[in-house]
Design a protein around this ligand. Structure first.
Ligand code: ADP
Ligand code: MG
Length: 458
């Protein structure tokens, strides 16, 4: 007698044979048999998409496969549930991402890499969106390309992860090297610098290593905070720095924090890193996020519906890499399902991002944001007041509570002066209908959501 786990493993083994890797991963990861009786098997799946798909497209094959081992089985039921902890590896959105990556041949990832400079050609100034968050860094980067080694040396860019530091570094490098192929340009992540250095010490080729770096016209060391606490690496960075600096060769560094905040960085390096131009890169604001999304989508020849565009830009705030990740997931979804996701599906796809704490909101925040936005008092909004000017804000509050929280219709009615759930349903439907035809209303909602989600940052 097979255990449920053995049985499901056998089924998966058979399914795997008949599907592409990407498809198999997409549809069967995080599935398991959670119970089985004489006639029926209950299969747990991670979400509604997978459930629907397995029911409609794979049910017959799965049933056949199960019956090979358990002939009396008549029926499979699918249920959305948490897979057992040890089986949890990925969620749907991650799967979609995997599917997308798996479809991409290895060579494709490398084709943009220039061996001589270690630069990725896809990073350019043209593909970089300038906003108030990166204005200074961008201006400094651009100035450096016009005054190599003579204006800001070194240029030190710092900021949180996924905000465009590497992009800017590489954009400079690509511009300099494409203008003049004679120029020796080299980009290196500090981690790689260290690893190669260690290797060269071991092979007794460290002099060659130093030599190679001292001949450059432009050296970029990315994520330089990584050398902190590493004595030998700091030695070599220090001597390389002095060598290049003395010849007016350009040095550009990036870090996740400013020089004075890098712990265990030798003072002599700290003061050199601070000696040129230090510029920060922050998180983009809403308009910039919109612009970045539009640009990235058009690079992929993909068109986002305005609704989805606004949704992503509103909810993903802290990090451009996540913004891109969200877009990739949406694109992958479109490829897998052959249609653009609607808003509900987008929410599902982006679930992992949106469920992180800083993007959570509360009913109270929503009510307060709506009241503030329409300059009415919170009391008027939630009480049984019949004042005409509160009718629309109240409907919008109901709509947003429904969209942005897990509250049920009756619970929303409770929060708004004990109204009946049918009133809430009516309001939600009304607003949802209007949003699709009423551009100003749509904008209002975007702005209110901005308030809702930014209020947590303050
Ligand atoms: P960091 O090095 O700061 O961690 P990256 O430079 O790797 O961040 O940026 C992460 C991703 O976001 C990259 O794909 C990059 O192209 C993109 N990105 C970041 N900022 C911008 C921007 N202002 N315009 C366009 N793309 C951006
Ligand atoms: Mg980086």
């Amino acid at each position: 007698m097979m255990t449920n786990e053995e049985l499901w493993k056998a089924v998966l083994g058979e399914m795997e044979l008949s599907l592409t890797r990407a498809n198999f991963t997409t549809w069967f990861k995080n599935t398991s048999i959670i119970s089985k009786d004489k006639n029926a098997v209950l299969v747990s799946v991670p979400n509604g998409f997978i459930k629907e798909w397995l029911e409609n497209k794979f049910n017959k094959r799965i049933l056949q496969s199960i019956r090979n081992h358990s002939p009396e089985t008549r029926e499979i039921k699918y249920t959305i549930g948490r897979p057992k902890v040890d089986l949890v590896k990925q969620d749907l959105s991650k799967m979609i991402l995997d599917a997308e990556l798996e479809d991409k041949p290895e060579a494709d990832l490398d084709k943009d890499l220039d061996k001589a400079t270690n630069l990725n050609r896809k990073y350019s100034f043209d593909s970089f969106v300038v906003g108030s968050n990166n204005e200074l860094a961008h201006a400094a980067a651009s100035a450096v390309t016009k005054n190599l080694g003579r204006l800001y040396n070194p240029l030190f860019l710092y900021g949180g992860v996924g905000l465009g530091k590497t992009h800017l570094l590489q954009a400079i490098g690509n511009k300099i090297s494409s203008e003049n192929r004679e120029r020796r340009v080299f980009y290196v992540p500090a981690e790689k610098f260290t690893a190669e250095m260690v290797e060269c010490i071991r092979n007794k080729t460290i002099e060659e290593f130093k030599n190679r770096y001292s001949k450059l016209d432009l050296l970029m060391i990315d994520d330089v905070q990584f050398i902190a606490g590493k004595e030998r690496t700091q030695d070599i960075v220090f001597s390389t720095f002095n060598e290049l600096y003395g010849k007016n060769k350009q040095i550009i560094l990036s870090s996740d924090r400013p020089p004075q905040a890098i712990p265990a960085l030798e003072e002599r390096l700290r003061s050199r890193f601070q000696g040129g131009m230090v510029a920060d890169v922050g998180a983009p604001e809403f308009e910039t996020r919109l612009a970045i999304l539009k640009l990235k989508a058009s690079e992929k020849n993909y068109e986002l519906t305005p609704e989805v565009l606004t949704y992503i830009a509103t909810h993903i705030q802290k990090n451009v890499r996540e913004l891109e990740g969200a877009l990739n997931r949406v694109v992958a979804f479109s490829q897998i399902y052959n249609k653009a996701p609607d808003l509900k599906e987008v929410k599902n796809i982006l679930n992992t991002y949106l469920s992180t704490p800083y993007r959570k909101t509360s009913p109270q925040t929503i009510l307060k944001s709506v009241a503030d936005f329409y300059s009415i008092s919170l009391a008027d909004l939630v009480k049984r007041s019949r004042k005409k000017e509160v009718v629309k804000p109240r409907q919008i509050a109901m709509f947003l509570l429904r969209e942005e929280t897990k509250l049920s219709f009756p619970e929303i009615g409770q929060k708004l002066g004990g109204r009946d759930h049918s009133t809430v349903i009516h309001a939600c439907e009304k607003i949802r209908g209007e949003v699709s035809v009423d551009e100003p209303l749509k904008q209002e909602l975007v702005l209110i959501k901005e308030r809702i989600y930014n209020s947590f940052d303050k």
